[in-house]
Design a protein around this ligand. Structure first.
Ligand SMILES: [Fe+2]
Ligand SMILES: [Fe+2]
Length: 289
């Protein structure tokens, strides 16, 4: 089974500002027609009805193979502050019509989908990492909360789910530390909850790619950049217990650049690294993700 991870589409109201996102999804539709598409949040830029409408139009043809999580820009204007109105709109205009099998607003239950392809059985677990706050110092921070983590723990403990390959995805980057404007406040609690019990973790928010193997006893952890206008996205190939990640070209047109040096396929290893692969803070006030 092949997954394709993209993120941070930031759909706008003005169609001219959506050309790159529309081209990206058109290219994926043609070039990767069987892939399961995972989008890790910031699908819209401000959570307005027009932005969600444009995003839905671009994603409608993927129903059944697209799975989404909300970002801070979906639940707040310019990614700032939580807005229940916008959060409800995300569910009404994206989660429900894109048939996610669950919603993200208010409740604290992960949205779970089971995908089967031959002998491969994959459990897709989407989390809402948006912090429900209007405090100015929280800005673009995230939080899962005690009850969502407890619900996640219950899912991971369920023996009925033991045979599934588990793919966890959400918006906020869990390896940003000591940044009061960007961090996932309960990232350590999340990592403690999933330690050795999840196969793949995917997220966005920082608009910078990252790849970790074996960290927190997780086979593969990927951070996506903001995908529109980018050349590459990550394909995750799940074959039984073997998970391979490969950069795949996502630009329209026939001329294909050579893959970057870091863009070789790699098998997810079960080895455990030191846990020191943490990234330093990124404080780019001009381009808040
Ligand atoms: Fe974000
Ligand atoms: Fe973003």
């Amino acid at each position: 089974m092949k997954l394709l991870h993209i993120s941070d589409l930031h759909f706008h109201r003005d169609l001219q500002n959506n050309i790159a996102a529309d081209e990206l999804l058109g290219t994926i539709s043609q070039r990767y027609p069987k892939h399961t598409l995972i989008i890790t949040g910031d699908i819209s830029d401000d959570g307005t009805p027009w932005q969600f409408e444009n995003a839905f139009r671009a994603l409608e043809s993927f129903v059944g193979r697209v799975f989404i999580a909300p970002g801070n820009h979906d639940f707040g204007s310019a990614g700032n502050f939580y807005s229940q109105e916008r959060a409800l709109r995300f569910d009404q205009m994206l989660s429900n019509p894109l048939r996610q099998g669950g919603t993200f607003t208010g409740d604290t239950t992960p949205v779970v989908n089971f995908v089967r392809d031959g002998n491969d059985q994959v459990m897709l677990i989407a989390l809402d990492t948006n912090l429900e706050t209007e405090h100015p110092f929280d800005f673009a921070c995230g939080e899962l909360g005690v009850s969502q983590l407890a619900a996640l723990n219950t899912i991971l403990c369920n023996p009925a789910n033991a045979t599934y390959t588990k793919v966890l995805f959400f918006h906020h980057h869990p390896f940003i530390h000591n940044d009061p404007f960007m961090e996932l406040k309960d990232a350590e609690e999340l990592m403690r909850t999933i330690y050795g019990r999840v196969d793949v973790v995917l997220f966005g928010h920082k608009h910078v790619v990252g790849e970790w193997h074996g960290l927190c006893r997780t086979k593969l952890i990927l951070a996506s950049d903001d995908s529109p206008d980018k050349d590459w996205a990550k394909e995750i190939d799940i074959q039984g217990k073997t998970i391979t990640v490969t950069p795949v070209w996502i630009r329209p047109g026939a001329s294909r650049p050579s893959a970057p040096a870091s863009a070789r396929a790699s098998k997810a290893s079960a080895s455990i690294k030191s846990g020191k692969e943490r990234e330093v803070n990124v404080r780019d006030a001009a381009a808040r993700p």
